[in-house]
Design a protein around this ligand. Structure first.
Ligand code: FAD
Ligand code: MLT
Ligand code: ZN
Length: 473
């Protein structure tokens, strides 16, 4: 082992190979997952400074038979980016490889290194006069490499798609330590298997993404945000249908938030002043991005909301007067995850269901859960425009979080995933499988698809050294 560490120090420099033996070194930032579910123990945290160093690190680990866990911002929610507890794995942090390599305005692309924090990528696009639309509550610390690794979704998917839809080309270090130079900005390329899309969403189990060429979009002329109280989940789905009709491609965000979820934000962050939540079971946050003007957007939005109130799809609504109010409304939505973490340990889901079937799914599954876990509190919110719910389960008031997870996590997951299967959905719409869902995947994934996944893994990573135990067990 010490030979491997010496080699890694030669490749990256002494100060970029951190171990528990280094006096005063705390590796928690890399070893503890965001939800504080798992604390792993790495043989070393290795921080290469460029793609060639990543390739050299991978080659050295392959020769030593040592497993590698790639990590970006460590904001993943399914325990995919932290090492296991054996003390034998290398945690490979992409944090030092974060340069924006270039913007190509004529081809509407930006090429950026994997460790670039999403917010910095958004800012680089904006500075060049463009929009990079991927947007998540964790954007201040997650990286584009992690976004690609998980095929992250977020709040703009209804218009722009998920991370996969935004990517044109990749640079990847394979499990053998070879560099695949796939940074194409081409929008069309039918020369064989789609390796780019195979790597995206593979959660570090097939290779290490070191850079990507991403799509840019024109900035909208105006962007308006509204917050509406809606009387039922069915009304929220009906409102979504109306909004699609009225706004067409102008609809860039459509989020639903349950009363209990908003109550947690109000409880833990009262300064955020959550609107309209007390008298309604659901609120909806919607965004209209207009290519003409603010006046056009406002006129269209006001007519839409009037129609929604008339049809009974909404009982009340507010439209943000300016950018700062709009940001405030989005901030409330994005604080639900943090408020839920403040409330204590919980069971998270990021399921997807055909939008039209969500009301029946929620009514039926809520009732089943109430029977299974007396006093259960549902933190239900998410990207309704994409049919993606964060159908999260909080322990009963006053219950011990750890005991709750021990007694109920598996039962609750089985109940929810069986319901998801019944409603033709997916057990993960955006967070991925990681370690938390690895045992469940074989129960819900088509067996032929699973066999093909195993064959791909075996072909690309025959020694099973790339993030072993994640996605596939
Ligand atoms: P990490 O957590 O470091 O890693 C995630 C996975 O990707 C791991 O399996 C890791 O091994 C792999 N990986 C990381 N870098 C690479 C690389 N360079 N090459 C190959 N594999 C790699 N997710 C959503 O989809 N939508 C949301 O709306 C959303 N909101 C969130 C809000 C909050 C407050 C938080 C804490 C998380 C949220 N997430 C959301 C989850 C998380 O932010 C995303 O999964 C994000 O894409 C992870 O990026 P990261 O850089 O932190 O990756
Ligand atoms: C979000 O949309 O805020 C995250 O994906 C959520 C979560 O489950 O906390
Ligand atoms: Zn989400």
């Amino acid at each position: 082992m010490s030979t491997l560490l010496s080699t890694l120090r030669l490749i990256c420099g002494d100060s970029h190979v951190l171990t528990h033996d280094d006096p005063g070194t705390d590796l928690s930032a890399w070893e503890l997952d965001w939800r504080k579910r798992i604390r792993g123990r790495a043989l070393a945290v290795v921080r290469p400074g460029n793609t060639q160093e990543v390739a050299d690190v991978v080659k050295a680990c392959a020769a030593a038979g040592t497993a590698i866990v790639p990590q970006g911002g460590n904001t993943g929610l399914v325990v995919g980016g932290v090492p296991d507890d054996t003390g034998t794995q290398i945690l490979l942090s992409l944090g030092r490889i974060h340069t924006v390599r270039g913007v190509d305005p004529a081809n509407l692309t930006i090429t950026v290194e994997a460790g670039c924090v999403l917010q910095n990528l958004q800012a680089a696009a904006e500075a060049a006069g463009f929009l990079f639309p991927l947007s998540l509550g964790s954007e201040g610390s997650c990286t584009i490499g992690g976004n690609l690794g998980t095929n992250a979704g977020g709040t703009q998917v209804v218009r722009y798609g998920n991370t996969r839809d935004l990517c044109l080309g990749l640079e990847v270090v394979t499990a053998q330590g070879e560099i695949w130079h796939g940074l194409s900005g081409l929008r069309k390329d039918n020369t064989g298997y789609d390796l780019r899309n195979l790597m995206i969403g593979s959660e570090g189990t097939l290779g290490i993404i070191t850079a990507a060429t991403m799509k840019l979009f024109p900035q909208p002329a105006a962007q308006l945000t509204a917050w509406a109280a809606v009387p039922s989940m069915q009304a929220a789905v009906d409102l979504l249908g109306l909004v699609h009709q009225r706004l067409g491609p102008g609809l860039t965000g459509f989020e639903v938030m349950g009363q209990f979820a908003l109550g947690l934000v109000d409880k833990h962050y009262p300064q955020l002043r959550v609107p309209l939540w007390k008298e309604t079971p659901w609120c909806v946050l919607l965004e209209n991005s207009d290519s003409e003007s603010e006046g056009h957007a406002r006129g269209q939005f006001e007519a839409l909301l009037e129609a929604a109130l008339e049809a009974g799809y909404a009982s009340d609504a507010v439209v943000a007067e300016n950018l700062s109010q709009a940001k405030g409304l989005w901030h409330i939505r994005e604080s639900i995850t943090l408020a839920q973490a403040e409330e204590g340990l919980n069971i998270k889901h990021d399921i997807s269901i055909p939008v039209s079937r969500i009301p029946a799914f929620v009514a039926e599954t809520d009732a089943l859960l109430a029977q299974e876990v007396p006093g259960v509190r549902m933190v239900n919110f998410g990207h309704l425009g994409d049919g993606n719910l964060h159908y999260n389960v909080q322990s009963p008031e006053g219950a011990d979080g750890k005991a709750f997870l021990q007694d109920f996590e598996d039962k609750v997951n089985t109940l929810v995933f069986d319901q998801v299967a019944k409603f033709d959905g997916s057990i993960s719409a955006e967070h991925g499988v990681g370690e938390l869902k690895v045992g469940k995947l074989p129960l819900y994934k088509d067996p032929t698809a699973l066999a093909m996944m195993r064959a791909v893994k075996k072909a690309l990573d025959p020694k099973n050294l790339m993030n072993p135990g994640r996605v596939l067990s």
